[in-house]
Write a protein that binds this ligand. Structure first.
Ligand code: NAD
Length: 693
């Protein structure tokens, strides 16, 4: 088995071990065993140096996470590292593509590291909810110092080869084909004595612990309720205060505790889910996307501008089409201002800005549509307007070109009906700000062809989005589910909570923003307009809007805003809510945080179950990926369906029935799917897996 995963080559007395476990060279059992045996074989055959490389796209993406839930097979990574560190000849890691997690830890255990200029090196374990578990937290500080290691490990962000060399954990950046260059480097350095990372003291001796703690506190402030960054800081700190082996023990303890924890399960659920959602049940395997080299976006407002920026940011020429020169100029200016902010903050270079700006053009001439390989419409949310535009687009766009709408609520089939190519009409529902948010709901209409879906997905992927294919219904998946919270929010306020209580609970859970603050950001008038169109009411929210409190844009909504857009509770809102309670003869009471959380999440879960029943989403993971990428739901909580599965669907069913009865909310009547799964002892995630299998 072993030689399947590790290829052993020679260039004179320099030996080469190549990891061959495509596509990303994870360090599965066979790889570890092959490395262990390979080192011994090189030594036995008289190697004077060993170059360790990855084949294919990269050095190694790290541990094989699918092995985490299984009994561990020897040799462990530390045993492989032992073989490297006790080797009497230097082992040199030669890195191309990526060295991530366990892959980088493997390289750190080597005597030296060389890298291609385009290589990227990092320890992203924190993002999967644990800490580097094979010595990364102990070796990296010994190579680059405590604070630099802390930053890399707590943020999980990789660095480029040149930066790695500057920091001190890459010895040389080598141009040209890496294997030959690394062998030459090894040969040049044959006489040199290397100091293993574990034996280095120079970067950590006398470390300023107070400065380290201050740096850790600053980094941890941004991580809300997430546990793994704290574990990372504890493990890195141990490198500064403990001998190597004791530090390893601290790292091990953090690793084991975190990897078994709820948050790590949630993060891996989302991590694998983001790959899973790219596989569309039912789509024929040979479906090919249509080639797209140029896009046209109709409308350069809030959404159109952001969508166009996404194209330009990813190297695809894009033209925005507006109805007037003024609106066009305004739209383009907003894009420029956006890029200029990134320029000022150092996130964008002048050169990149120039490239992106050059890819964006604007026009009021509909002939531009003739050049498009895809058109995305983002004009006012009005069916008559959209149908008129789609008829026009259909007449102008070449045959075979996909026409997409960014509508948030309208019927894609009705829009498609305005064209003679309904099979090429899909929804591409972006989220605001469209140049930032990763989520893209791709709406499959009744007539949409697989080719059109594949094209939208390919375009989405190319502009950096996480695509989730959803069915055509009011609100699609994300907005349809969050929309169901409204009734319970009103009830909570009526029964005793205030906007700041609800937001505090949701933000403590890890949401980027509570529902009231989110409403204020988007504009409360928008929600009121949707309610009016649907003939629904929300007495408190409607009263807030009736007082001209539209949210941040009017300086007040659920909260009061200062000129820095900082929110604060408003006594006027409290008085209004209390008055409403009195009017409705509801005795206000203190509501526990746990109840607030449940009453905000359960309506979404119940609607999510209906969405699964109807097939609007294919799997529970699709729903969870939507929330983790478009609704500020913390990935370390795994999404609403994951939350419900963890609670157990029997308990979910009982709580729904309880709140449905006590609050008279028809939305909370347990969905048939929940009733069935609760009775069977099933879970949302398990049905997803059954379907996928
Ligand atoms: P917006 O009012 O900011 O922009 C609409 C733009 O379309 C305006 O600049 C307008 O001049 C232009 N326009 C109108 N008719 C046109 C025509 N005939 N030809 C060319 N341009 C025309 O609106 P928005 O917030 O960007 O929303 C656009 C669409 O995106 C809507 O369908 C909305 O439901 C959807 N959407 C909005 C959000 C959001 O958060 N704002 C999120 C997702 C989807």
């Amino acid at each position: 088995m072993e030689d399947v995963f590790i290829e052993h080559g020679r260039d004179g007395d320099i030996h080469v071990l190549r990891i061959a476990n495509p596509p990303v060279n994870t360090l599965r059992t066979g790889v570890r065993a092959g490395l262990h045996a390979g080192i011994a074989a090189c030594l036995k055959e008289g190697a004077r140096a060993i170059v360790l490389l990855g084949s294919g796209r990269m050095f190694s993406a790290g541990a094989e996470m699918t092995e985490f839930n299984k009994p561990r097979q020897p040799p462990s990574l530390p045993e492989v590292f032992d073989a490297i560190e006790t080797s009497r000849v230097p082992v040199i890691a030669a890195i191309h593509g990526s060295a991530l997690g366990g892959g980088l830890e493997l390289a750190l255990a080597c005597h030296a590291r060389v890298a291609s200029p385009t290589a990227s090196l990092g320890l992203p374990e924190v993002k999967r909810g644990f800490v580097p578990g094979a010595g990364g937290t102990q070796r990296l500080p010994r190579l680059i110092g405590g604070e630099a290691a802390l930053r890399m490990i707590v943020t999980g962000e990789p660095v480029a080869a040149a930066e790695a060399q500057r920091l001190g954990f890459v010895d040389a950046v080598l141009d040209g084909p890496l294997e030959a260059a690394a062998i030459a480097w090894a040969r040049e350095n044959l006489g040199r004595s290397f100091t293993l990372a574990r034996r280095r003291e120079d970067r950590i001796k006398g470390a300023d612990l107070a400065a380290f703690d201050a740096a850790a506190a600053a980094l941890l402030k941004r991580t809300r309720g997430q546990e793994s960054p704290k574990g990372c800081a504890i493990a890195v700190r141990a490198a500064l205060t403990h001998p190597f082996d004791d530090g390893l023990a601290v790292e091990r303890e953090q690793f084991q505790k975190l990897v078994a924890g709820e948050q790590s399960h949630a993060l891996r659920h989302i991590f694998f889910g983001e790959r899973e959602v790219a596989r569309i049940p039912g789509m024929p395997a040979d479906t090919l996307p249509l080639p797209v080299k140029r896009a046209v976006v109709v409308g350069a407002g809030t959404m159109g501008g952001g969508i166009a920026m996404s194209f330009a940011n990813h190297g695809i020429p894009v033209t925005v089409l507006e109805q007037s020169e003024e609106a066009l100029a305004r739209g383009l200016k907003k894009c420029e201002a956006n890029w200029e902010r990134s320029l000022a903050s150092g996130k964008l270079t002048q050169d990149d800005y120039a490239k992106r700006r050059a890819l964006l053009s604007g026009t009021t001439d509909w002939d531009a549509v003739k050049q498009a390989d895809i058109v995305i419409e983002a004009v006012f949310e009005d069916m008559a307007v959209k149908q008129e535009i789609f008829a026009k687009l259909d007449a102008l766009a070449r045959p075979g070109v996909v026409l997409a709408s960014n509508t948030s609520t309208l019927d894609i089939d009705a829009i498609a009906g305005a064209t003679r190519r309904p099979e090429l009409v899909v929804g591409m529902h972006f989220f605001s700000p469209a140049n930032v948010m990763r989520l893209l709901e791709i709406v499959r209409g009744k007539a949409s062809s697989w080719e059109a879906i594949a094209t939208a997905m390919d375009v989405g992927r190319r502009i950096g989005k996480v695509n989730v294919v959803v069915g055509n219904c009011d609100g699609f998946v994300g907005n349809r589910m969050t929309g169901k919270r409204g009734f319970q929010l009103e009830r909570l306020l009526l029964e005793g909570a205030l906007p700041q209580d609800v937001d505090r609970v949701m933000e403590a859970y890890g949401m980027a923003m509570g529902p009231c603050a989110t409403g204020d950001l988007g504009g409360l008038d928008m929600g009121a307009a949707v309610r009016k169109a649907r003939g629904t009411v929300a007495p408190i929210a409607d009263a807030i809007v009736a007082r001209g409190r539209f949210g941040q844009k009017t300086g007040k909504g659920w909260y009061l805003y200062d000129d820095k857009r900082q929110r604060q509770p408003d006594p006027e809102v409290q008085a209004l809510i209390e008055e409403m309670s009195a009017q409705h003869q509801v005795a206000r009471r203190r509501i526990e945080d746990a109840e607030i959380l449940e009453r905000m999440l359960l309506p979404m879960v119940n609607e999510g179950a209906r969405i699964l029943e109807e097939g609007v989403a294919s799997r529970a993971i699709d729903v969870d990926v939507i929330f983790a990428n478009g609704f500020g739901w913390p990935a370390f909580r795994g999404g609403p369906m994951f939350w419900a599965d963890r609670m157990g669907l029997k308990a979910v069913r009982d709580k729904l029935a309880h709140y449905a009865a006590t609050t008279n909310d028809p939305n909370l009547k347990p969905a048939a799917l929940i009733e069935r799964l609760a009775a069977e002892g099933g879970s949302f995630t398990a049905i997803g897996q059954k379907k996928a299998a």
